[in-house]
Write a protein that binds this ligand. Structure first.
Ligand SMILES: Cc1ncc(C[n+]2csc(CCOP(=O)(O)OP(=O)(O)O)c2C)c(N)n1
Ligand SMILES: [Mg+2]
Length: 400
């Protein structure tokens, strides 16, 4: 389906891609000045994927970014200053300087789950978030990203299978940038299209040109709404190219130069800009205004981050262990008042007209709660069977 975008949507996509690139350019400079703590990863050439997919989410939806998804954070509403302070491990950062890179989240307002470094682990986590949203009647969609290399981990398959069997409203973006560290994709996966992995779980998939932001957005929007309607998880393979090494330390000399040349001509920002200018959606004056806006914002936020203090050493152990701030209760069920407004920012929708009318669902309206499902008739044999007693052999621990 080709979704017609409004002029404002086209301009928003352009703005966030430019912001994404400018934030990363600034951090590249800070890294060379030794002001960044830890590694720094670039999404150069992949901005259309982070921005186009996150732009398809609603405010109430949830995301968990991977290392090359700063653009998704910016699009969801994270200010550049949080990204700078976080990478510089400053006390003013979202983690008060306790963690670096993009290892931070915002569960309360922006609905961002903090990433972890284990590739693939966010897939079951976000499938769980998607299901939690369903139990709470929030009609949300959860999204995360994975690389071509990460799609070969065990947890990718376990997580996607779990999400598929539960019909979780979950969208997984597979960024095929053709390299995992120095390993080319053809040496680690015997598939031409990684979207084919979806067939193993009986879920829908798309392949999209990851350097065409409008195409990425249209595809993601369609997938998000299908997942929201109850069709289950959807996998989108976005084909692109990693235009830098794995991280700042890696000069990527193993990449054939002609490959960089080929993809440089397909730069997503230059391409979208050409489209906007050709279609007269943007002119030189508008472009200069966007550049000025980004420059002013980043100048202010970079200065704030640079002038922020490092965390005071005496607070190093604070917030690591619970010291009576809450009583841990091993109970999954939370009081209704805690998960509904005003304490939760999302208004619950307990019955949703048309929810679950997706392909293969079979019911006109999928119940939002399992208890609301029509009771299955017990199989005759099972109904007659007496209550189970532990088998004697098992009780004695005898081996079978
Ligand atoms: C389970 C796991 N194995 C290995 C690593 C180390 N590691 C971090 S990034 C990376 C390469 C990832 O490649 P890909 O998934 O293609 O993502 P890209 O870097 O291209 O965005 C590896 C092997 C890890 N973080 N987690
Ligand atoms: Mg890769």
């Amino acid at each position: 389906m080709k979704i017609e975008l409004t002029r404002q949507q086209h301009l928003d996509l352009y703005y966030y891609m430019r912001l994404n690139r400018a934030v990363e350019d600034t951090m590249g400079k800070l890294f060379r000045q030794n002001k960044i703590v830890g590694g720094l990863y670039a999404s150069l050439g992949q901005e259309a994927i982070s921005v186009g997919t996150a732009y398809a989410l609603e405010k109430k939806d949830w995301l968990a970014p991977m290392i090359r998804n700063i653009g998704a954070l910016l699009t969801k509403g994270v200010p550049p200053r949080d990204i700078f302070t976080q990478h510089m491990a400053k006390y003013t950062s979202p983690t008060f300087g306790k963690d670096g890179t993009s290892h931070f989240g915002d569960l309360e307002n922006l609905h961002i789950v903090s990433p972890i470094s284990m590739l693939g682990d966010l897939i079951p986590v976000m499938a769980g978030v998607a299901l939690a949203g369903r139990y709470l009647g929030q009609k949300i969609v959860a999204m995360t990203w994975i690389g071509d290399g990460g799609s070969s981990t065990g947890v990718f398959h376990e997580g996607l299978n779990f999400a598929a069997s539960q019909k979780a409203p979950f969208v997984l973006i597979l960024e095929n940038n053709q390299w995992a560290y120095s390993t080319p994709v053809r040496k680690q996966v015997p598939l031409a299209d990684l979207a084919d992995r979806a067939k193993a779980y009986g879920i829908a998939s798309y392949i999209v040109d990851g350097n065409d932001v409008a195409a990425v957005y249209s595809t993601a929007k369609e997938a998000v709404e299908r997942a929201r309607a109850g069709e289950g998880p959807i996998l989108i393979e976005a084909k692109t190219m990693r235009m830098r090494g794995h991280a700042q330390h890696d000069p990527a000399e193993y990449v054939p130069p002609e490959m960089f040349e080929y993809w440089k001509k397909r730069d997503p920002i230059a391409r979208h800009e050409k489209f906007l200018l050709d279609e007269k959606l943007l002119d030189a004056k508008g472009k200069a205004e966007i550049e000025k806006k980004i420059e002013t914002l980043l100048e202010k936020d970079r200065e704030f981050a640079e002038n922020s203090p490092l965390p005071p050493p005496e607070l190093a152990a604070e917030g690591v262990y619970c010291e009576g701030c809450h009583a841990p209760k091993p109970k999954w069920e939370r009081p209704i008042a805690e998960v509904t407004p005003p304490r939760c920012s999302v208004e619950a929708v307990w019955q949703v007209e048309g929810f679950g009318r997706g392909k293969d669902v079979g019911l006109a309206t999928t119940p939002l709660h399992f208890e609301a499902a029509p009771a299955a008739k017990p199989a005759k044999a099972a109904a007659k069977r007496p209550a189970r007693k532990p088998a004697k052999a098992a009780a004695k621990g005898k081996r079978r």
